[in-house]
Design a protein around this ligand. Structure first.
Ligand SMILES: C[S@@+](CC[C@H](N)C(=O)[O-])C[C@H]1O[C@@H](n2cnc3c(N)ncnc32)[C@H](O)[C@@H]1O
Length: 324
């Protein structure tokens, strides 16, 4: 066996691994190391309880469950795959039933084939152990874990409403946002209504602005069926708002100009949340749009934070701004 006792490498397979690393850092783990486009490597000490902590988080956190595809727990490393397979064979010979979880997935079938002589031990449903094998950077990382250390991604049935709902729910959690029943909120680009649904459960009134149809109706959701540019009079007549949100697929600088530039729109102590749609050609233009949007918001908000939420698409980030 190649490694130090108690040191685990947990490989987390997910698109945009840096963003997942930042999420783990907020939860008290390190940021890990991104490897390629879809793998994050976390180095954890078994004795600190971090391995179980991470598996518990993966199996309970609804935002991670939507973003992470697979997790592999490895405590050994070899230059060739045979040593890894011998370990599994020893366990199989002792009667353990296990499931093989390998990366890249295409090597999984080959490994299962090699283990064919222990056919009855391979049991992807009733397994007691998981055999993890990760082939990356010319090395083979592997580990055998009990079933309790297996990440099973739940099958998630999603429509447009619930996808949007996760995004606002994650924003509330990550930015530590609060809104009370006494507040009014403004939801720009509100259709089909996932954010309005979430917000109307917390605020007194949700003013939803979108030329498209809303799929939910509630007594405290008022729909202005216009673009925000055409609905300015109606929006202003209901001000001030404790929170303005925007998930419209438009240039975020336009909406920032409106929210930060309209006197009396947001109350003192109020806040704004804007999805930054970043479909620009180069990384440089993406950064420029983020910087310029922050610059515009800073005219009337004191604290501004941009995060890439797990629930954002790969072409989005989320800006949160607060007034003192
Ligand atoms: C991604 S959807 C919003 C999803 C919404 N947050 C939800 O929870 O269901 C974007 C919406 O922005 C709206 N939109 C685009 N431009 C707009 C504008 N100028 N003013 C208001 N809404 C706009 C579109 O009609 C579309 O319904």
């Amino acid at each position: 066996m190649g490694d130090e006792q108690g040191r685990f490498r947990v490989f987390i397979q997910a698109p945009d691994p840096e963003r997942v690393g930042l999420y783990f850092a907020e939860k008290g783990f390190g940021t890990g190391t991104a490897m390629g486009r879809d793998m994050l490597m976390m180095e954890l000490d078994e004795r600190s309880g971090a391995v179980d902590g991470m598996m518990n988080l993966l199996n309970s956190d609804m935002f991670l469950q939507r973003r992470v595809n697979r997790a592999y727990l490895c405590d050994s490393c070899e230059d060739n795959i045979d040593a890894a397979i011998r370990e599994i064979e020893d366990k199989a010979a002792a009667g353990a039933r296990f499931r093989v979880v390998a990366y890249p997935k295409k090597i999984e079938d080959g490994i299962v084939e090699k283990l064919d002589s222990h056919g009855e031990a391979l049991d992807p449903r009733g397994f007691a152990y998981v055999a993890y094998i990760v082939s990356i950077m010319g090395k083979y990382f592997f580990g055998l874990s009990g079933r309790g250390r297996y990440f099973a991604r739940p099958s998630i049935m999603e429509d447009r409403l619930s996808r949007a709902y996760y995004k606002i729910a994650e924003a509330f959690e990550r930015f530590d946002m609060h809104i009370g029943k006494e507040s009014k909120v403004l939801d720009i680009g509100s259709a089909p209504g996932g954010w309005s649904q979430y917000l109307s459960g917390r605020a007194g009134l949700c003013v939803a602005v979108d030329p498209a149809k809303m799929e939910i109706e509630r007594a405290n959701i008022e729909h202005i069926e216009k673009t925000f540019q055409d609905g300015i009079k109606e929006i202003e007549s209901r001000a001030p708002y404790g929170l303005a949100v925007c998930d419209a697929n438009i240039d975020p600088r336009q909406v920032a100009e409106f929210i930060a530039g309209t006197p009396g729109l947001i109350s003192d102590g109020g806040a704004a949340l804007i999805t930054l749609k970043l479909k620009y050609k180069s990384g440089k233009s993406v950064q420029r749009v983020i910087d310029e949007t922050c610059g515009i918001m800073s005219k009337s908000f004191n604290s501004i934070t941009v995060k890439r939420l797990l629930s954002n698409t790969l072409m989005e980030a989320t800006l949160y701004a607060r007034k003192a």
